[in-house]
Design a protein around this ligand. Structure first.
Ligand SMILES: [Ca+2]
Length: 350
């Protein structure tokens, strides 16, 4: 009982803190004005955020500069929040990666490895991760940097982080119990909502940190539908934890091949890749990168192909359009993130 009342009290304190944070936001509303009119008639804050109030309050309570939060969530690049429908038992189609081990794709992966040979070799020396594995991942993730995604990362992550917003959660419970109420389904829906929020809200916070570190507009960061960006398709927390400067310019850009390769190798080494590890251990390491068996199979099979000599069909093949389609197909899967478990914690900082 005492636990419950302290939880309730904690919840109340949380609400009060959020209310104070919102009041601070309201006070900041007429920025740059000193404007008596604006002070008499403060802007209706709730209406301004176009459905994002829940995350706005959380971010301000967690110490993100209220002016920046306000600017971001009133920017037209962030569409109004109109709800997020999520699945209860998401699955990733194993067909998603099938094309990546076809000859045309192997030929492109080989080309990727050849174009970045020096950086891959240096990363291998420094982190102990084979060039073939890093090249395979970068090829599968972004077509060696050709397709890094055009979505506004902050918007996509914030959308996923809204899963557990009370009204959104209620809508999902209604939707999942449409054909008959079942308390187990309601509980599962709540669990998924919490999971999505706990996974993606920290990524939203990290996006602000990434933009501070790079001295850029947080909305300028572009990537996939699930908020992964750059050649190795990292989520923001992974960038903060595992980003490595491959070209020595003092900055980490995942759009720069040297930095992307070093960061990818650093990620794998930090999750336990060592020279000479067993196949099973390799699988466990790559699982952290993307929790999908078909993804792991694909990366390892591709790396094996890059290790050996070229099959004649590969070099003759090289049908870039076909491979573009494969890479695009993966992009679409990213966009479906809310229903896909394996992408949930993709490259998460754990
Ligand atoms: Ca750099």
């Amino acid at each position: 009982m005492r636990c419950r009342s302290s939880a309730v009290a904690g919840h109340r304190i949380g609400r009060i803190l959020r209310a104070i944070a919102l009041a601070m936001l309201a006070a900041l509303a007429p920025i740059g004005a000193g404007d008596a009119h604006a002070q008499r008639e403060p802007e209706p804050l709730a209406a301004n955020y176009r459905g994002w109030d829940y995350i706005v309050e959380k971010l301000v309570a967690d110490g993100v500069d209220p002016r920046q939060v306000r600017r971001v969530f009133t920017d037209p690049r962030v569409e109004p929040f109109t709800g997020l429908q999520f699945s209860l038992y998401p699955r990733e189609s194993s067909a998603l990666y099938r094309g990546f081990t076809q000859p045309a794709s192997v030929a492109l992966a080989r080309r990727c490895k050849a174009s970045h040979e020096r950086a891959l070799r240096e990363a291998e020396e420094r982190f102990g991760v084979p060039a073939t594995v890093v090249a395979s991942i970068i090829h599968v993730e972004s077509g060696c940097g050709r397709n890094t995604g055009k979505e506004v990362v902050l918007f996509r992550l914030a959308r996923l982080a809204m899963a557990n917003e009370p009204e959104n959660l209620r809508d999902n419970i209604t939707r999942h119990t449409e054909t008959g109420y079942d308390p187990a389904i309601e509980e599962r829906t709540r669990e998924r909502g919490r999971y999505l929020e706990n996974t993606f809200y920290p990524e939203v916070l990290a996006t602000f940190q990434v933009s501070d570190r790079l001295d850029m507009d947080p909305l300028a960061l572009r990537g996939s539908g699930s908020g992964a960006f750059g050649m190795p398709q990292f989520l923001p927390r992974s960038y903060l934890s595992y980003g490595a400067d491959g070209n020595g310019d003092g900055r980490v850009s995942l759009y720069d091949a040297d930095d992307a390769i070093f960061s990818c190798a650093n990620y794998l080494a930090s999750h336990g890749w060592r020279p000479g590890i067993s196949r099973a251990e390799k699988r466990r390491v790559i699982w952290h990168y993307n929790r999908s068996d078909s993804y792991i199979d694909t990366v390892l099979a591709l790396a094996d192909r890059l290790d050996g000599g070229a099959a004649p069909a590969e070099e003759a093949g090289g049908k870039p359009r076909q491979v573009q389609r494969q890479v695009k197909a993966k992009g679409k899967a990213n966009a479906r993130a809310p229903s896909t478990t394996s992408r949930r914690t993709k490259k998460s900082a754990n």
